[in-house]
Ligand binder design. Structure first.
Ligand code: SAM
Length: 306
């Protein structure tokens, strides 16, 4: 099956890759209702409502149970993933980093809900329609950023560093970067370029958090596609027209963690399997997509002289 993706494609939060940001926010809305000790994202539900995809709104508000649509694992993953990145940013900024960059920010509301230390600047990058929609929707909700929030509306396959600099980014200051839920939606060479560019823009002491999906073993990708097709069929049966399989890029690519190591980052990481266990959540069942093996990783660029 061919990807529906092409160079330079664009989207809003209801279509193509943009809809995956709304799905992620719907999962955070449900997860927030279930367990505020792991995740507390009060903006997730109103943002999903504002996007207006009926099924996702019904899920976010609790009118519809996730059930067969995705399985409860989707919600548990949102809990551990959100907690991981929340802690990453708070640890980094409490350790003195004053600049954070959220790549592919989607409907992420961290710039409005985390207790950032005074003086922190948070940059958010995503496609123009995504960034503009969220900024407007949160303003209409009366939300105010808890940091100095700046946005760069740009495609991450293009010259995003120029847009970031225009927004005020200072490469001389150590930065905390995140690329959450992004890499699989980039062509392999764009992923490498993104990680190269992050490294070039990182002063010593910078940190980066992202996901490392293990390279597929023979047959893995077919199983993943079948699972995503099944999920997409459920969504379509509920009048939400999406095709998750065709939004992602499959095939060989460099794994993010060893790639970052080769670029000079010192890495630590935890698998989803271990994160679920550490947070007393049920283990993954029938994990044909090998989600349990996916690792959330944090890289640090050593300070010169250490
Ligand atoms: N990080 C957010 C989260 O975890 O909720 C959003 C994740 S969502 C699964 C994927 C996001 O990546 C979307 O917001 C999408 O617009 C963004 N994205 C994917 N490819 C992109 C590109 N080439 N340029 C800009 N944004 C991109």
């Amino acid at each position: 099956m061919e990807s529906t993706r092409r160079d330079g494609d664009t989207w809003d939060l209801a279509s193509s890759v943009g809809a995956t940001a709304t799905m992620a926010a719907a999962a955070r809305a449900i997860a927030t209702r279930e367990d505020r000790s792991l995740i507390d994202d009060p903006f997730a539900e109103p943002l999903v409502r504002a996007v207006g995809v009926d099924l996702l709104t019904r899920l976010a508000t609790g009118e519809e149970a996730p059930g067969d649509l995705v399985g409860h694992v989707w919600i548990d993953l949102a809990k551990v993933r959100t907690k991981f990145y929340d802690e990453f940013f708070l640890d980094a900024t409490n350790a003195g980093l004053t600049q954070a960059v959220i790549l592919a920010s989607g409907l992420d509301s961290r710039a409005y809900r985390l207790p950032w230390p005074a003086g922190t600047v948070v940059y958010e990058l995503d496609q123009p329609q995504v960034v503009e929609f969220k900024t407007r929707a949160l303003a209409e909700l009366g939300a105010t950023p808890t940091a100095d929030r700046r946005v760069a509306a740009v495609d991450l396959r293009d010259d995003w560093p120029a847009a970031l600099r225009t927004a005020g980014f200072d490469p001389a200051r150590p930065t905390a970067w995140s690329a959450e839920g992004l890499l699989g939606y980039l062509p392999p060479e764009a992923q490498d370029r993104l990680l190269d560019t992050i490294t070039e823009l990182s002063a010593p002491g910078s940190r980066v958090a992202t996901e490392n999906r293990p390279n597929p073993r023979p047959g893995d990708e077919d199983t993943t596609k079948e699972s995503l097709d099944r999920i997409s069929e459920h969504w379509r049966a509920q009048n939400f027209d999406t095709d998750m399989t065709r939004l992602r890029y499959f095939g060989a690519r460099n794994e993010a963690a060893p790639y970052l190591t080769d670029l000079g980052w010192t890495l630590t990481g935890t698998s989803i399997r271990d994160l679920l266990a550490a947070n007393h959540l049920p283990p993954l069942e029938d994990d044909g997509m090998r989600m349990g093996d996916m690792r959330y990783v944090i890289g640090t660029l050593t300070n010169i002289g250490e």
